[in-house]
Design a protein around this ligand. Structure first.
Ligand code: G6Q
Length: 433
């Protein structure tokens, strides 16, 4: 597989360079200025998060956007100010059958062909990333413009594959390879480091300690870096889709908790919102505080203030403030219970030197292996996601009943769903929507 993987990476690099240099042009001969990745879940969250995380390294002449949602608003807002003759779509889908992605890809093709008045324009405005080369060809995308990956690459673990094409286009092949090198370094660390110094193993074990021995229901990811604002959403999928399982690998119900609820947002914003609960709420929420020693955008005292806040959160969570300390500060006795902090609340501080593609690669691989460590200890399969399937099947069953032609028709769902469908049918617009 390795030579095949490198062959695809090389083709991706050539494509990215052609876009950046203007060698690749649109159907009317204009250079491409906008690149839109159409994909969802594992074919969206990774490239979206990493493109944002590495914006500092991006070619600012190219505008990168992401469309994932089946809500038409996502497509409308992503394309409203763009010129189709300068826009290229990357249709990114492992299966090339995903409802949301195919609906958005069809909308994109119609948008492009209507503006450029030529179905042949698809050749210069669409490329695909997929394992399903047949379906890509049937959609009308030239196999020469298709970047392959393979069945053994799981969606939420796919950023390092051709799924990272939008990212490579944004940051350039050399930065993309730096990210891969960072991931590789963490892979090697995980493979070779003794357990007591093995970061993914330690992170995984700490997580299990709090989930299974303290009953912690959730885990907060708090990056103290604006570029990493999308990291919590990315890790939410990585962790919750991998380890949100209630049966073990042999199909037996487990009698312990598995994957926690992952949530969070960039600090310091969260401090002015939900950190109250972390410090003084009734629940114990372990968290990861992630920061960088060097800023990519030095500005006055900003960076020291940012890091001071990160460290202060870890300190406040760990040590709190006792009633005696509050009293010694002269706080009125009636207010002492409100102004004291229990402390003894766990956090991991993850400090890296600088947010480079290499460091981001290490961070992503750290969490991938942490998820694997936990799944292995819990004995669950971290690499399936059957829980996603039921909703998809039911939506396909409900969809045909939503049209106005079905208004008042007898429905065969459960009574609650039937009532909601009737309510919707009575109010939906009678035009195609
Ligand atoms: C990820 C999941 C899921 C998947 C999407 C998109 O691990 O399997 O999020 O990535 O459903 O699937 P396609 O890439 O096949 O469109």
């Amino acid at each position: 597989m390795v030579p095949k993987v490198h062959a695809v990476l090389d083709r991706m690099a050539v494509f990215a360079e052609h876009l950046a240099s203007g060698t690749w042009r649109g159907h009317t001969g204009k250079p491409i200025r906008n690149v839109i990745n159409i994909g969802i879940g594992g074919s969206d969250l990774g490239p979206r998060m990493a493109t944002q995380a590495l914006a500092h390294y991006c070619d600012r002449n190219l505008r990168l956007r992401f469309i994932s949602n089946i809500d038409g608003t996502d497509f409308a807002e992503a394309t409203r100010d763009l010129d189709p003759s300068e826009t290229l779509f990357i249709v990114c889908s492992k299966t090339f059958t995903t409802l949301e992605t195919m609906a958005n890809a069809n909308a994109a093709r119609a948008w492009c062909v209507a503006a450029l008045a030529d179905p042949a324009s698809v050749a210069r405005h669409f490329v695909a990333v997929s394992t399903n080369l047949k379906a890509v060809a049937a959609f009308g995308i030239d196999p020469a413009n298709t970047f392959e990956f393979w069945d053994w690459v799981g969606g939420r673990y796919s950023l390092a594959s051709a799924v990272g094409l939008a990212l490579m286009v944004a940051i350039g092949p050399s930065h993309f390879r730096d990210m891969l090198a960072g991931m590789h370094m963490m892979d090697e660390h995980f493979r070779s480091m003794p357990l007591e110094r093995n970061l993914p193993a330690i992170l995984g074990l700490i997580g299990i300690w709090y989930s299974n021995f303290f009953g912690c229901e959730s885990h907060a990811v708090l990056p103290y870096d604006q570029y990493l604002a999308a990291l919590p959403a990315y890790l939410q999928q990585l962790d919750m889709e991998s380890n949100g399982k209630r049966v073990d690998r042999s199909g037996r119900l487990v009698d312990f908790d598995t994957g926690p609820i992952i949530w969070g947002q960039a600090g310091t914003n969260g401090q002015h919102a939900f950190h109250q609960l972390l410090h003084q709420g009734t629940r114990l929420v372990p968290c990861d505080l992630i920061g960088f020693c060097q800023s990519l955008n030095p500005l006055g005292e900003h960076h020291d203030l940012l890091i001071a806040n990160l460290l202060a959160q870890a300190q406040a969570l760990a040590f709190g403030k006792t009633a005696q300390e509050a009293t010694a500060e002269g706080i009125t006795p009636a207010l002492v219970p409100h102004r004291s902090f229990p402390g003894n609340r766990p956090s991991n501080v993850i400090l890296l030197e600088r947010l480079t593609p290499h460091a981001l690669g290490q961070l992503i691989a750290l969490y991938e292996h942490k998820v694997f460590v936990q799944g292995a200890i819990w004995g669950i399969d971290s690499f399936d996601q059957w829980g996603v399937e039921l909703g998809k099947t039911l939506a396909q069953r409900i969809n045909p009943d939503l049209g106005t032609h079905k208004r008042g028709a007898e429905l065969k769902h459960d009574s609650s769903t039937n009532a909601l469908i009737h309510y919707y049918q009575a109010r939906r617009s009678t035009t195609k929507q």
